[in-house]
Structures are given as structure tokens and as C-alpha cells.
Design a protein around this ligand. Structure first.
Ligand SMILES: Nc1ncnc2c1ncn2[C@@H]1O[C@H](COP(=O)(O)OP(=O)(O)OP(=O)(O)O)[C@@H](O)[C@H]1O
Ligand SMILES: [Mg+2]
Length: 495
């Protein structure tokens, strides 16, 4: 290998039969040792950063800080708080005297606010049993167990992740809070698992997430395929690659990185193909056998390792997918470490076999030496090879991957799909035109009535027609929009 890993780390790597890297193991060990002492003086721990700062600021400022800072955690991943934390980083480097002269109370207050203010045990509201009906366990990870649950009130199904160990005061607590913060910031993308809420019960973190209805991860698909002697087709592997690259592109656009991309952290949803869906079933791009009206949506989950690009707090992920530069503690190109992990994930799915946790095979992969997949095209093999290139500058970015010629068919709509969508829109326009004619002919005192379809078309770009309809609404007398004179089957959700 070009850059041999640190020998101490290398030795430790071979000692444990676990995908966790030595750094993770050591930090866990340390946290357990520290746990007892932290538990003994919890209140001081909670406020110690404030107290420390307050000594510098004087008693008046201390009093204001205690009054002004609400007891809430600070999400380190929101853009506002990221700028505060990088500011904090800069000011830490400056001398204390300069800091005191330059800062007003507001700045001092921002800097003095610790990221973690509420400890899990202070938030012990029992919700799980009260609010959810547990259907069954759907997964088990290093950190937590995941249950399929139905919310008693809204009747919807969720995946609820509960930490295995009591967390208060441990490093796992910080990680759990990090996972929640990351979810709260990133939960708005089709290819990232959606977050609903989080709370603590008996020192355990509980996270309520979107339930990915296949009820497992790509690791489960992989092991089932391996048992059955099946290998995922190149087209399906490309489909997974595109979807996860889209999720990563979004995460990276927020200046965050996942750092634990692997089949076990990619969850699957089967969705009905919606009206105007970009996927299509009857053309040459169909990639696998599943009912025509269903498609697989792959989502990035398990955000327990997410960190900021600018001020990274790196907790290494599974060592089988770990880029060498991260092991070497070079954190200057972290998004490319996600691309590396994705490359090996896809390689494994497409028949590359079980990945090594250490040893010469592990190092060989880190030199960019990827044995070609026999069932796949040379172009696809080359693409995977580039994703694990030892040079981060030669590795494509997540956004760059989506531009790759062999993947572009998955990233854009086909001619067939565009034609289909155009026909659907023409049909909707025709319906709206007729309704508009009828509305013009109708007697003045009758309020205009819109079908649900009208609304759909308005959203589809029928601005002119809508303006006419709006003006006919304004011009009329004050009318009851919903009720007495309206046909019950009509809908008026227009504005
Ligand atoms: N939202 C979800 N929908 C469906 N299944 C899920 C969901 N979240 C988790 N699972 C299942 O639970 C398993 C463990 O979840 P997750 O990876 O979040 O836990 P973890 O303890 O953080 O894992 P790790 O060992 O990677 O640290 C997953 O591999 C998956 O099978
Ligand atoms: Mg996981």
C-alpha cells in the first residue's frame, strides 16, 4: 500500500473479530471507565463549560448566561449552529484577553453554550408503550434494536430504534444525540430515512423513524442472495448506486458526511409507482422482476456517524468499508470516504464476495486493486474501481457519479416516460378547458365549483387559466365556498 496504516492501529485491527475499528473500541472502553465518575456529578458536568466560561466573564455575565440560555440542546448540524461552532473554533485559537475585549454578551453567550444541555435521564417521559403498539423486532445493530411499531393515534407504522445500553454520561449518549441531530437536519430527502421524533426512556434513547417497509437492509438481501447462490444484476446494482449517490449528494450538499455507508445501513421501501413516476416498467430500462406497479426505493439510514465537513468529529464506521485516508486520520476529503464506502458496498452487492476486515486483502483493496466482477460490464467495473481509487482527487464525487454515462439513464427520464407524462398533462388540460367553459356559461349567482383535477392541473402550470378562475371568484358576490349549494362530491382545496 502507498500509505501503510499506523502499526498500532493495524495490530489492534487484527485482534478483534468485529467490524468496529480500534478507535471506536478504545473510545467505548474509555467512556465506560469515565461513566462512573460522570454519573456521580452530573449537574456539574451539565454546566461545567458554562461555569468555566463564567469565571472568565465575571459574576454579572454568569448570572445573565444562566438566565438567558434555555435548557435545550444545540444541533451542531444546522447551518446557523455550524457557523457558531466554527467561530468558537476560531476564537479558541485566539488568546483569552483578545476574546474578552472583542466579545459582546451575545457572542459570549453563543460561545459559552454547550452543545449538550439536556442529559437523557432528565427527559424521562415514558412514551413508547403509551403511544406505540409494538408489532415486532425488525433489526439489531451494534448500537440499538429496531422495532416495527404502529402509532396508536395516527395508525401509521414506524421504525423505532432503542439504544441497547443505558446511555447517560457515556460516549454512546453523545453519538445518539448526534444521530438525532443529523436526522433532524437531513430527513427531507427521498433517499435518506425520514425522522419523526426522539425521546429518552430510562436512560435509553428512542428514535422514531420512517419504517422502510421491506423491513430490513441491503445486508439482509445480500445474505439471502448468498444463501441462494444469486447475485444482484448489474442493472439493479446500478439502480442502488444511483439512488444512494443521490442521497449522498444531498447529505454532502449540507456539508455533512455519513461515514458509515454499507449494505447494513441502506434500507428498502417498496413503493407503488405513482402517477407520473420517473421510473417505468415497460421499456428497456426495467431492471428486475417485481410487480409492474411497484418500485424499490433505497434509503440511507443509521446516521450515528454523521459529522460536519468543516469541523469533523470522526467516529470511524465499519472497517470493511473504511477508506485508508480516514484510518490515517486525514479528514480533509471526507465526502470521498463516503464514495469509497459506496463503491465497496456496490461491489459486494454485485457479487464481489465478503469483504475483508483486515489483512493483506484489506490492504490490496486500499491500493485500488479491485478484482473485476465477471458478470458485469467493463465500464461498470471501471466505475467501481474509480470509486475506491487511493487518490481522493481521482475518486468521483457523489454528484459526479450521477453524471457518469452508464448511470445517466437512471438519473433522467426516458423518452417513453416523458411522452407518457406529456399525454397525461394534455388530458388534464382538456378537462380544465371544459370546466372553464362550463364555469363561463353558468349563471352569475352560482359559485364556481372546481373538481379536484382542476387543482392538479393548476399545480402543473395552468397559471393563466387559474387567474381567470380566481378573478371570476373575486368578481362574484360573497358566496359560500363549501356547504349548502355545493355538490358533496366536489372539492375546493384550491388556495
Ligand atoms: N427505518 C427502518 N426501517 C426498516 N428497518 C430498519 C430501519 N432502521 C433500522 N432497520 C433495521 O434495523 C437494523 C439496525 O438498524 P441500525 O443500523 O440503525 O442500527 P445500529 O445499531 O446503529 O447499527 P450498527 O451496527 O450499524 O451501528 C438495520 O440493519 C435494519 O435491518
Ligand atoms: Mg447500522
Amino acid at each position: 500500500p502507498e500509505t501503510p496504516p499506523h502499526t498500532r492501529k493495524l495490530r489492534a485491527l487484527t485482534l478483534f473479530d468485529t467490524p468496529r475499528t480500534p478507535k471506536t473500541l478504545m473510545s467505548k472502553l474509555k467512556s465506560r471507565i469515565n461513566d462512573k465518575s460522570k454519573l456521580m456529578d452530573d449537574s456539574e458536568d451539565c454546566y461545567s463549560p458554562i461555569t468555566r466560561r463564567a469565571h472568565v466573564l465575571g459574576s454579572n455575565v454568569r448570572a445573565s448566561l444562566m438566565r438567558a440560555s434555555p435548557l435545550v440542546n444545540i444541533n451542531p448540524f444546522t447551518p446557523d449552529n455550524r457557523s457558531v461552532s466554527s467561530k468558537r473554533l476560531r476564537t479558541q485559537k485566539a488568546s483569552d484577553s483578545v476574546l474578552l475585549q472583542d466579545s459582546g454578551l451575545d457572542d459570549e453567550e453563543d460561545e459559552a453554550r454547550p452543545a449538550k444541555r439536556i442529559h437523557l435521564r432528565e427527559n424521562n417521559i415514558s412514551r413508547y408503550a403509551q403511544e406505540f403498539h409494538e408489532v415486532g423486532k425488525i433489526g439489531d445493530g451494534e448500537f440499538g434494536a429496531v422495532y416495527k411499531c404502529v402509532n396508536r393515534l395516527d395508525g401509521c407504522t414506524y421504525a423505532i430504534k432503542r439504544s441497547k445500553q443505558p446511555l447517560a454520561g457515556s460516549i454512546d449518549e453523545a453519538n445518539a444525540i448526534r444521530e438525532v441531530c443529523a436526522h433532524a437536519v437531513l430527513g427531507k430527502h427521498r433517499h435518506v430515512v425520514r425522522y419523526y421524533s426522539a425521546w429518552a426512556e430510562n436512560d435509553h434513547m428512542v428514535i422514531q423513524n420512517e419504517y422502510c417497509n421491506v423491513g430490513g437492509s441491503l445486508a439482509d438481501v445480500l445474505s439471502e442472495n448468498q444463501k441462494a447462490g444469486i447475485v444482484m444484476s448489474e442493472k439493479e446494482a446500478q439502480n442502488v448506486l444511483v439512488q444512494i449517490a443521490k442521497g449522498l449528494k444531498y447529505i454532502h450538499s449540507q456539508n455533512l458526511v455519513h461515514l458509515d455507508i454499507k449494505p447494513g445501513n441502506i434500507f428498502i421501501c417498496k413503493e407503488r409507482r405513482s402517477f407520473g413516476s420517473p421510473r417505468h416498467s415497460n421499456d428497456e430500462n426495467e431492471f428486475h422482476a417485481q410487480p409492474e406497479n411497484e418500485e424499490s426505493i433505497y434509503k440511507i439510514g443509521d446516521l450515528g456517524h454523521v459529522t460536519c465537513v468543516e469541523d469533523p468529529q470522526v467516529e470511524e464506521g465499519d472497517c470493511r468499508y473504511l477508506a485508508n485516508e480516514v484510518l490515517q486520520e486525514n479528514f480533509s476529503h471526507l465526502p470521498k470516504a463516503d464514495v469509497f464506502a459506496l463503491g465497496l458496498t456496490i461491489y459486494e452487492l454485485a457479487g464481489g464476495g465478503i469483504l475483508p476486515k483486515n489483512g493483506p486483502e484489506w490492504h490490496k483493496l486500499r491500493t485500488g486493486n479491485l478484482p473485476p466482477l465477471s458478470g458485469c460490464s467493463s465500464e461498470f467495473n471501471r466505475l467501481l474501481q474509480s470509486m475506491i481509487d487511493p487518490s481522493t482527487s481521482r475518486r468521483p464525487s457523489a454528484a459526479g457519479l450521477l453524471q457518469h454515462p452508464i448511470l445517466s439513464t437512471y438519473s433522467s427520464k426516458s423518452k417513453h416516460q416523458l411522452q407518457k407524462e406529456l399525454n397525461e398533462q394534455k388530458f388534464q388540460i382538456e378537462i380544465l378547458t371544459r370546466e372553464l367553459e362550463n364555469a363561463r356559461k353558468a349563471p352569475q349567482e352560482q359559485p364556481p365549483v372546481f373538481h379536484r383535477e382542476s387543482f392538479c392541473v393548476r399545480r402543473g402550470g395552468m397559471l393563466g387559466a387559474t387567474r381567470k378562475l380566481q378573478s371570476s371568484l373575486k368578481g362574484g358576490k360573497t358566496t359560500r365556498l363549501i356547504g349548502k349549494k355545493c355538490n358533496r362530491s366536489m372539492s375546493l382545496n384550491m388556495f
